[in-house]
Write a protein that binds this ligand. Structure first.
Ligand code: ATP
Ligand code: MG
Length: 274
């Protein structure tokens, strides 16, 4: 194809995709949660995620077949939106798209600086966000490799992360915080303690934002998500993050009447490698 033709072709495809994405905005996958949130905030969030480059990349992923389709939106947040789509394997996938936002990139830098895996920290806003998506992908990979229950990461490109979808059909798994008194809460607590310990000892990571908000409840099992801010255990803030994760988890389970051990003893157990 001639260069001009190719450009025209891309522009046309992008126009079509933009239209399709406008429609996606109206198709909320999880209707149960839709009423509870501010619609205008959500609309604004949807609009701001799709800058031209993101549309271009999404389009490329679709034309290359990495993604078969994008069906609708699961969640719209401050930093990222999550969409439901189909991966080339035929499996449903969660597509997390980070917004290119300079305020977000500022605090992200603090998490990247000090992580021995990222020696060079870019100053460019979009490059930081791309690195962030890559960080989540790598963290998921590490956790998945040591058989922890996290979504399997499929693909990452710029600010777009494609991973295993946790849910049944078009109903995404609820967050743990939305489950009223889970029947097997003691088991879930044990699983999460195991997660914290194994993530630290085998994957060399601390989640850093672990709470009932970032755990999905699926098939009566907890699945930990949102692992982008996870840091290496050698990061200077690793200890502070670990203590905070333990506090959040213990507080939540205490609140739902699970008998919890001494968190300080558990902390020692985590940092003492067998
Ligand atoms: N793999 C997945 N399968 C199913 N649903 C998912 C998946 N990943 C994320 N979600 C849904 O999208 C929501 C937001 O994802 P995540 O927590 O990773 O992003 P976030 O940056 O914290 O977004 P927010 O600012 O909305 O909290 C989750 O609470 C969950 O409902
Ligand atoms: Mg989250």
């Amino acid at each position: 194809m001639r260069h001009e033709d190719e450009e025209e072709f891309n522009q046309e495809i992008n126009k079509q995709l933009t239209k399709k994405i406008d429609l996606l905005e109206k198709k909320w996958i999880d209707k149960r949660r839709m009423k509870r949130t501010d619609q205008s905030r959500k609309r604004a969030a949807v609009e701001s995620v799709f800058d031209e480059r993101t549309i271009f990349q999404l389009n490329k992923l679709l034309s290359k077949g990495v993604l078969r389709n994008i069906e609708g939106i699961i969640s719209a947040g401050k930093e990222a939106n999550v969409y439901l789509g189909t991966h080339e394997s035929g499996k449903l996938a969660a597509i997390k798209i980070y917004k290119i936002d300079s305020n977000t990139s500022k605090w992200m830098r603090n998490y990247i600086i000090g992580d021995p895996r990222f020696k060079h920290v870019p100053s460019n806003v979009s490059k930081i966000i791309f690195l962030w998506a890559q960080k989540e992908y790598k963290n998921l990979k590490r956790a998945f490799k040591v058989k922890l229950r996290v979504p399997e990461p499929y693909h990452v490109k710029n600010n777009i992360l494609i991973m295993e979808y946790i849910g049944f059909g078009e109903t995404p798994a609820p967050k743990l915080k939305d489950i009223e008194n889970p029947v097997n809460k003691e088991e879930i607590f044990e699983e999460i303690l195991y997660f914290i310990k194994k993530l630290y000892q085998k994957a060399g990571l601390v989640h850093g934002d672990l709470s009932e908000f970032n755990i999905l409840y699926h098939n009566q099992k907890p699945h930990v998500i949102d692992i982008s801010q996870a840091i290496s255990i050698h990061h200077p803030k690793a200890e502070v993050f670990l203590v905070r994760d333990i506090k959040n988890i213990f507080n939540y389970f205490k609140k739902i009447d699970v008998i919890t051990p001494d968190p300080a003893v558990f902390y020692q157990e985590v940092i003492t490698m067998a």
